[in-house]
Design a protein. Structure first.
Length: 295
């Protein structure tokens, strides 16, 4: 079996369209069709069902994807013998939510570049739902999101790490030394919160709704760096992931409030599509995320 045929199969399976796969690979559609047919003849079973102009992967094709990726992984290992990571080329397409980009990925980028100076990095920042959509459309190689643990049959979690979400306020706020603050008390204060699309904001709204409480912020902001600045000037309260407030708490600019409610815990997750061939640059970033989180 020729590796180029296997690679074409993987791209066609990811995209679900021979014409688009051909455009991406720089082939004619007839070349893609020929390569797939050649691979099917060698394997002895159909990889795709062709009905009119549409194609859909067969059950055998679905099963073969994992073997195809393993072929390419081993070929890449052989090709990398005697080579350093610094000689790797290509592009890494990463999707990440804004808070993880600012407080996690930004610090890893110089390290990644030093390890793989010839690899280009393309980063898109969006909501978790939008990033999943782009991953499924093969517009991204990896996504780094904050969410609950949800089973996605077409996606693989490369690593997951727990993230707690905290109420914080400046040390001058009257509630900083109070014990067992209720949510009812919190919502009476000046609240500066992330927009409703943020997963931790939705979780807070859901927790409050269970207690018959409505959360009405004084200000909604879609940039957490701005929220941190406003908290210190406005003497307000916010609700943010621990990695966002960690430095401010350590510097005694903010303090975590003792609020009585069901703890809201989420997970930071690196995810890729199950049909995706894991490139050396993907492996490198995944390993950097693991080290950054103490794994």
């Amino acid at each position: 079996m020729e590796l180029k045929n296997i690679f074409t199969f993987i791209r066609a399976a990811e995209i679900g369209n021979f014409t688009k796969a051909a455009e991406e690979l720089g082939y004619s559609q007839s070349t893609v069709t020929f390569q797939i047919k050649q691979l099917e003849q060698e394997l002895g079973f159909k990889l795709f069902d062709r009905i009119g102009k549409s194609v859909s992967i067969t059950p055998y094709g679905e099963e073969f994807i994992s073997y195809a990726n393993e072929f390419l992984r081993l070929a890449a290992k052989v090709d990398s013998l005697g080579k350093t990571s610094a000689s790797q080329t290509g592009t890494l397409r990463l999707g990440v939510i804004e808070s993880l980009f600012v407080w996690k990925i930004a610090d890893m980028l110089p390290v990644f570049h030093k390890m793989m100076p010839n690899v280009n990095i393309e980063i898109k920042s969006a909501t978790g739902a939008a990033l999943y959509r782009m991953l499924r459309q093969n517009e991204l190689d990896l996504i780094y999101i904050l969410d609950n643990i949800i089973y996605q049959k077409d996606c693989v979690r490369a690593c997951t790490f727990p993230v707690s979400v905290k109420f914080v306020a400046p040390l001058t706020h009257p509630l900083v030394n109070k014990k067992k603050i209720s949510l009812s008390e919190i919502v009476q204060e000046t609240l500066i919160l992330a927009e409703r699309d943020a997963i931790y904001r939705r979780e807070l709204d859901n927790e409050a709704a269970k207690k018959g409480i409505e959360v009405i912020p004084t200000l909604e902001v879609d940039n957490l760096e701005v929220v941190l600045r406003l908290l210190k000037k406005w003497d307000g309260i916010s609700f943010m992931p621990d990695y966002v407030v960690k430095e401010s708490v350590e510097n005694m600019d903010l303090k975590v409030l003792d609020v009585s409610y069901s703890n809201i815990n989420l997970w930071s997750q690196v995810v890729y599509h199950k049909n995706k061939y894991i490139t050396p640059q993907m492996e490198t970033l995944i390993e950097l995320v693991r080290k950054n989180n103490g794994a």
